[in-house]
Ligand binder design. Structure first.
Ligand SMILES: Cc1ncc(COP(=O)(O)O)c(C=O)c1O
Length: 395
């Protein structure tokens, strides 16, 4: 282990990846596992999008494209962002990437110097932490709690600002908590970002997937924010296109050319076939998105009701497709809980520390199985929870 450590660069930290690998290894030896782990929809990519990809391949979309992405796609992205109340981007200020995931690393490596600080909500999607660390920057965790449904506030952000603060990450809706930051709070946070001259990465990849009366305020559309915001999004979640590996970021004209160069160095361009499919996703019928949103909504209600019956508190999922549940009252930590739930109940969920949680109290459950399977998962969970509670009482 020490020898391996010596061979790895200091910036590479193996922290939580092994938990997912360990769970995958355990699941290998089990049958009929209900997988509520990864954030990968069980629903297929809508047929017209797949057909557009097939047609593009047949017509020769098998080469590199324009480094920023095919112009028609960037035009469609610009129109889509504007149509949903976002900023008005010129197509040359949009960079198509192999997934929103790569965009995080392009932005972090392109903007952060060693010693700079990047503020991230905690819990919040962990690859942002890794991106900042790879850039040699410091991650400043802004802790949110379940008392406020893990909502970030302007006061919390301001309390963590130092002269080294450079980037603030907003993930709205948030993964893993499903929190939607209310538009008025986003406006207050934006005011703090302007006053302290922060660049904001606004991750709006789940923005189409919100429930009840929750909605997402696009950050770059707010007064004085266009020039300091990088809007990050993608197709994986709303269009069930995780395997196509396509996303994008959009930003102000002074930053995009250099960031596009970084992206070019990583990828040259995003797969042509995926770009044509994404174009069909944006320009084709949108009822498929609404149908998927309603499906996740039903599953969300079923899972929340099941957890309530088990006496397991959880955050209110206002967006995305996750339920973030507090298993600490069972008497064991979330990481141990996930392993037991998998071994004994054949249900896979992931522990909060994977998502940058500062406690080992919560598990993230993805709504990536039909309602009947989710109900079955709750039944299996009941057996495991009762066994753990009985042991805890006996101890
Ligand atoms: C908040 C958030 N942003 C971005 C991504 C990256 O998605 P992709 O690379 O598939 O576009 C994910 C994936 O889970 C996510 O949860």
């Amino acid at each position: 282990m020490d020898a391996t450590k010596h061979r790895l660069a200091d910036r590479v930290k193996l922290k939580d990846a092994h938990i997912i690998t360990r769970m995958a290894d355990i699941a290998e030896g089990l049958s009929d596992v209900i997988r509520l782990g990864r954030g990968d929809p069980d629903l297929g990519t809508p047929a017209h999008i797949v057909a557009a990809g097939q047609k593009a391949l047949a017509e020769g979309a098998t080469h590199y494209t324009h480094p920023l992405g095919i112009p028609a796609l960037r035009q469609a992205i610009a129109e889509d962002i504007a149509a949903r109340g976002g900023a008005r981007y010129a197509p040359e200020n949009i960079v198509v990437t192999p997934g929103g995931q790569q965009a995080m690393f392009v932005i972090a490596l392109g903007l952060l110097n060693p010693g700079d600080e990047m503020l991230v909500p905690c819990p919040g999607y962990n690859p942002y932490h890794q991106a900042a660390e790879l850039a040699g920057a410091e991650v400043v965790h802004i802790r949110t709690t379940m008392d406020t449904n893990f909502c970030l506030t302007a006061e919390m952000v301001e309390a963590h600002i130092t002269p080294k603060s450079k980037i603030l990450v907003l993930i709205n809706p948030n993964n893993p908590t499903g929190t939607v930051t209310p538009p008025a709070e986003i406006a207050r946070i934006a005011e703090v970002a302007r006053r302290h001259d922060l660049i904001v990465i606004s991750d709006e990849i789940y923005a189409r997937l919100t429930y009840g009366n929750h909605s997402v305020q696009p950050v770059a559309a707010l007064s004085g924010m266009f020039e300091r915001t990088l809007t990050l999004s993608g197709f994986s979640k709303a269009y069930a296109m995780t395997g196509w590996r396509i996303g994008y970021f959009a930003g102000p004209p002074d930053l995009i050319p250099a960031l596009a160069e970084v992206n070019h160095a990583f990828a040259i361009s995003t797969a042509a076939v995926s770009q044509h499919a994404a174009l069909a996703a944006l320009t084709g019928p949108q009822d498929c998105v609404e149908a998927m949103r309603q499906t996740y909504d039903e599953r969300r209600r079923a899972l929340c009701a099941g957890l309530a019956e088990l006496g397991i508190p959880h955050a209110e999922p206002q967006g995305a497709f996750y339920v973030y549940a507090d298993v600490s009252k069972t008497g064991i930590g979330a990481t141990a809980f996930c392993e037991r739930l998998l071994r004994e109940g054949r249900v896979m969920v992931f522990p909060g520390p994977i998502y940058g949680d500062y406690t080992d109290d919560f598990v993230r459950m993805s709504l990536t199985q039909p309602v009947a399977r989710i109900r079955e998962a709750v039944t299996r969970m009941k057996g495991v929870v009762e066994a753990i509670r009985a042991e805890t009482r006996a101890a």
